[in-house]
Each structure stands twice: as structure tokens, then as C-alpha cells.
Design a protein around this ligand. Structure first.
Ligand code: SF4
Length: 237
């Protein structure tokens, strides 16, 4: 049997590395990962599989987190829910009592309002078209605002989540989420409906659905409607 020469092997190796680069790999995957996504799989499928595993890797890394004192009063960590490949991610402030109980974000009254905005207002499907998460993943006691150290402890996981999902648009729901993502005090009534950049993602600011429930005026509803219209345009819908 003829042994392939060195230059042939190097050429093959170079081609394989270029293929992996095109498929979205920034490092050489381990053997088990290659077996999980054999080279005959299309690059798009490999990238999709990596996105999925990346989000579950972030959750795995978060583990039974005790990185801040919010861990002491929580029942469950509310990591996030929805499509791990969604083009649209909503980011709220933190879980409330219902979310803490069920381990899912936005499931209480405000959650129902958010679902209504997504499904009736935007004509999207909450589970299929969006991913929803929060600035902090554990319920602040008495629904107080999360503190600086708590936000700082949890923020790297939010950034990793977004990097795993790679959405086209991120929407910050309400002042605390907007202020945290932009690292400054945001006057949400003045700044809602404006585009920003967060870690390279297009960021839209809008009212929190809980605020909308409290101040259910035509003006506020029109404002959210107009913000979501801009989001749909950015998504090409
Ligand atoms: S809020 Fe975030 S950092 Fe703090 S304990 Fe929960 S998961 Fe960990």
C-alpha cells in the first residue's frame, strides 16, 4: 500500500482546519465532539449543534450557583427559556415569586402580558421565535431591585447566554435591565424606542410589561407597539 507523502498530509490537514474554521470552530474540537458532529454533517448543522451545546454548557457552568447572596433565598435558578437559536432575546430584571416557584422566566402576570406582546402584537411564537432571560437568575427577596454585586456576579452568564444564542436583536425590558446592560442610569421613558449596542448585539429599550400593567394607558401601549415594530423591522419581518 502506498503511504501518502508529507505534503499531501499537510494539504489534507490544512483543508480540514479550514473546514472547521468555516464551521464556526475557533479551537480544535475534542474527539467526542467530532464523533458527535461527523465531518459529513453540513457546517450549518455543526454550528447549530454547537450553539445548542454552548447554551447548555453555560447552564452547566452556572451549576447550583452560590456566587451571590441571592442564592440563599431562591427556590430555583431561573436560567431562561425559549429557542436557543432565537433571533430575538428579551432580557428582564430578575425572577419574581411565580418564576422562582416554576423555574421559568416571565410566567406571572407580567409574563402573560409579555406573551401577549410577542404573540398578538408581533405575531411571533414565544417558544419558537424568542428566548427570554433575566439580568439575575435568582429572585431578589421581596422583589427588590438586584444589587450591584449580584448583577456583577450574574452578568457573565447573561453575556455567555447571548454569545451562545447569537440573536439579531436583544430587547431590554424596563429601566433596571436597560441600565444594567448599558452600564449607566437609563431614563426609560425618554430612551425607550432607541437602538444601542450591547456586546456587539443590537439592543432595543422598551417598557417592562409589569410597568405596562401598572400604567395601562393608550400612550404606553402605543409606545411598546412602536418599539416592537422597530424590532420586527430589524429582524426583517
Ligand atoms: S443571581 Fe446569578 S450569580 Fe447570584 S446566585 Fe443566582 S445564578 Fe448565581
Amino acid at each position: 500500500m502506498q503511504t501518502p507523502d508529507r505534503s499531501h498530509l499537510l494539504r489534507e490537514l490544512k483543508n480540514h482546519l479550514l473546514f472547521l474554521k468555516d464551521a464556526g470552530y475557533s479551537e480544535i474540537p475534542c474527539e467526542s465532539e467530532l464523533f458527535a458532529h461527523p465531518v459529513s454533517t453540513s457546517p450549518v448543522k455543526i454550528m447549530e449543534a454547537r450553539k445548542k451545546s454552548s447554551l447548555s454548557q453555560v447552564q452547566e457552568e452556572l451549576g447550583d450557583c452560590t456566587r451571590c447572596k441571592l442564592s440563599q433565598g431562591r427556590k430555583t435558578i431561573v436560567f431562561g427559556s425559549g429557542n436557543p437559536k432565537a433571533d430575538l432575546v428579551f432580557v428582564g430584571e430578575g425572577p419574581g415569586a411565580d418564576e422562582d416557584e416554576q423555574g421559568l422566566p416571565f410566567v406571572g402576570r407580567a409574563g402573560k402580558k409579555l406573551t401577549e406582546i410577542i404573540e398578538k402584537g408581533m405575531n411571533l411564537n414565544r417558544e419558537k421565535d424568542t428566548y427570554i432571560c433575566n439580568i439575575v437568575k435568582c429572585r431578589p427577596p421581596g422583589n427588590r431591585d438586584p444589587e450591584k454585586e449580584e448583577i456583577e456576579a450574574c452578568n457573565p452568564f447573561l453575556v455567555q447566554q447571548l454569545k451562545a444564542i447569537q440573536p439579531k436583536v436583544v430587547v431590554a425590558l424596563g429601566k433596571p435591565a436597560a441600565s444594567t446592560l448599558l452600564g449607566r442610569n437609563v431614563a426609560i421613558t425618554k430612551e425607550r424606542g432607541t437602538w444601542h449596542d450591547y456586546e456587539g448585539f443590537k439592543l432595543m429599550l422598551t417598557f417592562h410589561p409589569a410597568y405596562l400593567l401598572r400604567a395601562y394607558t393608550i400612550e404606553n401601549r402605543k409606545a411598546v407597539h412602536s418599539d416592537m415594530k422597530m424590532v420586527l423591522e430589524a429582524l426583517g419581518r
